[in-house]
Write a protein of this length. Sequence first.
Length: 66
Amino acid sequence: MKPVLTPCKKVCAVDGQTSLCLGCGRTLQEIGGWSGFSDEERRRIMAELDERMERLKALGKLGPVA
């Protein structure tokens, strides 16, 4: 059995404004359903995470913007 890919950074704190995890950028629905998603669905979500994390950074959710 192959391991399930996960972007989890074990920093589970969801921002109330954006509904995104400050550690990985997923929503609570995505986190909760992760193990039941197909590999294709997980890859689709993972492809969006860098942009989500940049959005969180721009909003000042991840500390000061340099």
